[in-house]
Write a protein that binds this ligand. Sequence first.
Ligand SMILES: Cc1cc2nc3c(=O)[nH]c(=O)nc-3n(C[C@H](O)[C@H](O)[C@H](O)COP(=O)(O)OP(=O)(O)OC[C@H]3O[C@@H](n4cnc5c(N)ncnc54)[C@H](O)[C@@H]3O)c2cc1C
Length: 711
Amino acid sequence: MSAGPPPRPRKLAVFGGGLGSLSAVFALTELPDWRERYDITVYQIGWRLGGKARSGRNLRAHARSEALGHHVWFGWYDNAFALARRVYAETRRAPGAPLATFKEAFKPCDTLLLGTGDRSSRAPPWKMHLPRADNLPGDGAPQPSVWHFAQTLLLWAIDCIPRLHPQFATWSAIVPRWPDSSRALWPALMRRASGQGVRAYDGFDPQSPDYDALLRRAAAAAHDEDAPQTSRQRRAWAQPLTHCGEHSLRTLVGLGARDSHPQFTTMVDLALAIVRGILHDGLDRAGFSAIDDQDLRDWLRRHGAAEASLASSVVVGLYADHMSYESGDVARPVAAAGAMLRAALRRYLAFSGALYYTPAAGLGEVLFAPLYRLLRDRGVAFRFFHKLKRLCPAPDGATVSAAIVGRQIELAPGVEEYEPLLKVKGLPCWPSRPLYSQIVLGDDPVIQAIDFEATESPEVEEVALRAGVDFDDIILAIPPPALGGVARELAARDPRWGELLDRTHSIAAMGAQLWLSPTWAQLLGAPAPAGAGELPGTELPRWFNLSTAAPYEGWPREHWPGAIASLSGPRPDRAADGSREPVRDIAETWLKSHPRALWPEATLAGADEFNWELLLDPQGRAGEHRLAAQHCWSTQNASDRQIVTLPGDPRHRLAAGDSGFRNLWLAGDWVGGGIELACAEGAVITGLQAARALSGEAIVIHGERDGVDLE
Ligand SMILES: Cc1cc2nc3c(=O)[nH]c(=O)nc-3n(C[C@H](O)[C@H](O)[C@H](O)COP(=O)(O)OP(=O)(O)OC[C@H]3O[C@@H](n4cnc5c(N)ncnc54)[C@H](O)[C@@H]3O)c2cc1C
């Protein structure tokens, strides 16, 4: 009996070319036998990859790199960095070529500047400086468990408290000042811990207490051979320390600690509130997601954080950083507590290498161009200018039977396939507009006026891709704000899709990218300590220093930018009218109101007014008109809206392998079952989950779940 023909590879259609889908495709093509198993085609609306993280070169403005805001990657983004490092390792650019290595492409930063959030305040920003770790993100360092975070915060708070007030620098000076009732309860908590086998408090004599020795011993017990082992013992060990921390902090605040050490006092207060919350809500066993139906600030307040701490830059800045505002209104910060807390603790306590990294130029050229070339060289097909319009369920509702796609352009005669990249100073980049010479009628102003990245853009032909013929499986990696039409029929079959579409909250974003003549250090009047920071309370609360991009852009010597800055923030829904002019007005107001908050030396001598001459303008316009030479942008397309995780939202998300349709897999920062936060790492994790669910292979995903006690 002759064997039949070998099974053909399964055809995989991937819709959307952002971080979520590309990490899925990357992971699948890492499998040694992937060519026998899959035949992969990525369909992308418009002319470039990268989605919300894309950037493009403006050929009408010295090939400068323009983006929808710029992106920092935090040192805890282990999966995202593993992807980037693999891309650089495999593409191996020639030594001396621009951005030849990962280390040239991502710049480590140790300091984050957190503005006060109070517009009238002249207080300097908080300098969140954290020393480097000696590994690199992407090494696969295990994420600490929830308990480990609690323990670290508790030990840190206990270590800090005696330093908060110069006159009360020992526990023996602080504890006697507690109210009697608090002091009376403490020994009972210690006795209870001893009763549960925790040795740390044994021998405590309430008659002649040596509080300093006691606390030293209790803290050391976290690490010695008697360290509490079971979840019950750990909690019993933590309770007396938490009690001690809280009452001591309260005592010292009463004695003026917040005035003398406002930042440390705030951090200790927040640390203790988090520890108390973790223990009270059992997050060491349930994981952070258990509190995703609450707002972070409400949760902290419920666990005792002071209002002053909740109003501090560190908390306000977390919302600003994730643009986590209801309807984009900065007056309404709101965020699912578990998702935000997980990200915040990983950010500050569990990073590899440096606190965060800034791409040396736009992510388009730093990541998406080399990733595209790598995947294409591996054998993945890309169809640019292909817009998914509808997914059609099969009559039995078990699978997707067709995908209706709009082809947006005709290729010019002689062009076999759209070639999307161009080189700027030897570096492969995406253009900020299509390469019209490859398109029929590409020199026609009507064609050039079309926004090919918009869902509502016209098309030249509608194509139906059929299950079993054109695809066997689909990875859907288009975010819900752009899925209304695409997923309508899925929602009619499966109500969970309706919930997903209704309950995914998203906001528009806006910003200004500025090219300035002086260097960043000249604008500061001091060496630049940070690559990024937040100015919460302003219309554009996030800023980045992008000056490293200048050498990769095409500026002539006489217009060389000393500094490049990105200011960005949410765009309130009521103002999301799509026009650019208002964003320029907002940028103008920002520069008039806050220049000193960012750059003390950017004002005219003896005045508070921004010195407009500092903005680069090759056309030499005067005053605020120089803003016309900058890149003011807003997210106009539904797909570009930032997903915001509001309390309760994660419950309505679908997981990568649980779309309700047997041949449909999901990837993107809106997909559930990962870290539930819209960021590069969130998108990459879901991409890896989609690849794992689709292939059935044991693809390792670092930090995918919280480390919890299973007893
Ligand atoms: C302004 C802004 C700043 C940000 N800053 C940071 C930061 O500093 N750090 C960080 O970690 N994260 C940041 N983020 C979040 C981060 O960019 C996203 O979480 C991540 O890029 C999402 O990737 P994704 O693949 O899930 O979705 P997307 O990037 O949205 O990808 C979706 C893809 O689908 C395509 N598409 C849409 N409709 C169709 C269609 N009909 N047919 C075919 N293709 C379609 C899109 O063009 C896109 O390529 C920021 C987001 C915004 C908006």
